[in-house]
Write a protein that binds this ligand. Structure first.
Ligand code: SAH
Ligand code: SF4
Length: 375
């Protein structure tokens, strides 16, 4: 048998199935080898490929060649820096350390049989929303597709290990962790192609929600490319002035432009949009502001998610009182808009986006704090 040599050592988790097949074909391997490798990584969530005696000899040899170059699957899987459960036991938050030492947050939440993973798309974020712990830390870098896929694999593995539940119980995915997914468009789309592949992780496109702060060119690209995912748009303000006080990105893509893009999205894709509204006491939670929001969304097939603020160190605001949230919801309902007040589940585990990483960083920097690496 002739020796097979990998033509490149691109990270395996970056590759959609067709690219993996092409990569293997270039080294003289067959489509069934690609299927076996794909199944091991994305369906069985293997953590190592070194000892796979069930693989055919040419595939084992190709893996060994890669390993000689240091390109092993283990190097692509993040290390778990923290694993924290909420007191109700329904939410688990992982802090995952990537190969270059950057950490990102991944959350696994839900009930038996229908769990949701919430993943990060960037380390840090460039958008600077004033109330968001990730925004407060600034932009570090984009994640590669494989670094997004690896978070879902981590959640699948954790689900299986903790409850013995089939990994297929992980049914939904939201891109609501650290970072702005439409600022890292290409990597996110490649990751979602991998995650929704029916031969592996198999989370259906209609069960995947991309949450954006309102990157207008990205929304228009989703329309142009007819991407089948759900869209959530984070608004927080219904006038240019109120919104840009909370969301600096609003100065780049105005509220008017954003709402136009949302209308195009709904019309062309015939899809509903979810609007996210972080409720901050005295800032954006009055009945008048709810009325302005309803007027802004007139004619859009919208569902509003109201999220009471999770306090962060870098922002002085507080969550709205329960009565204010209920009144806000009532005004929306009277105007014909369905809404949900999202439970602040897991607030006890620093559940707001970016808060666990921020907290770990603070502790590790504090001279009298706990040593690095402690949860
Ligand atoms: N960048 C994307 C997705 C990640 S943030 C976006 O902004 O949509 C996911 C959601 O969490 C957003 O709606 C955001 O406004 C919200 N969020 C961020 N920090 C929060 C906090 N401290 N309290 C409540 N919601 C927060
Ligand atoms: Fe970035 Fe979203 Fe946080 Fe705004 S809310 S800073 S867009 S992660």
């Amino acid at each position: 048998m002739s020796a097979v040599t990998p033509v490149s050592c691109r990270p395996l988790l970056d590759l959609p199935f067709t690219e993996l097949e092409r990569e293997l074909a270039a080294a003289g391997l067959k489509p069934f080898h690609a299927r076996a490798l794909w199944r091991a990584m994305h369906f069985e969530t293997a953590t190592s490929l070194a000892e796979r005696t069930d693989f055919a000899a040419p595939l084992r040899q190709w893996i060994a060649e890669r390993a000689r170059e240091g390109a092993i699957l283990e190097a692509e899987l993040p290390e778990q820096a923290a694993d924290i459960a909420s007191s109700d036991g329904l939410t688990r938050k992982f802090l995952l350390r990537l190969a270059d030492g950057q950490t990102v947050e991944t959350v696994l939440m839900g009930f038996t049989g229908r769990h949701t993973a919430c993943v990060s798309s960037q380390a840090g974020c460039a958008m600077g929303c004033v109330f968001c712990a990730t925004g407060q830390m600034g932009f570090v870098r984009h994640l590669r597709p494989g670094e997004i896929v690896a978070q879902v694999l981590h959640a699948r593995r954790a689900l299986q290990a903790s409850s013995g539940e089939a990994a297929s119980g992980l049914r939904n995915l939201v891109l609501m962790g650290m970072g702005e997914p439409l600022h890292n468009y290409d990597s996110v789309m490649t990751a979602l192609e991998i995650i929704s592949d029916t031969r592996g992780i198999n989370i259906g496109p209609s069960r995947i929600t991309i949450s954006t702060v309102g990157v207008v060119p990205g929304i228009l690209r989703l329309v142009e490319e007819r991407r089948p995912y759900k869209l959530a748009v984070s608004l927080h303000g219904a006038t240019e002035e109120e919104r840009s006080a909370l969301v600096p990105a609003s100065r780049r893509w105005s509220l008017a432009e954003l709402i136009d893009a949302c209308r195009i999205y709904c019309e062309k894709l015939e899809q509903r949009i979810f609007f996210e509204w972080t409720l901050i006491a005295g800032a954006n939670d009055s009945p008048a502001q709810a009325e302005r929001l309803a007027r802004l969304l007139a004619g859009i097939d919208a569902h509003v998610n109201l999220i009471p603020l999770n306090p962060t160190v870098g922002f002085a605001g507080n969550a709205s009182a329960t009565a204010a949230a209920a009144e806000f919801q009532r005004v929306l309902q009277a105007a014909g808009f369905p809404s949900t007040i999202r439970q602040r589940r897991g607030i006890d585990v620093a559940a707001g986006c970016g808060q666990l990483r921020a907290e770990k960083t603070r502790r590790n920097l504090a001279p009298t704090g706990e040593p690095a690496g402690s949860p």
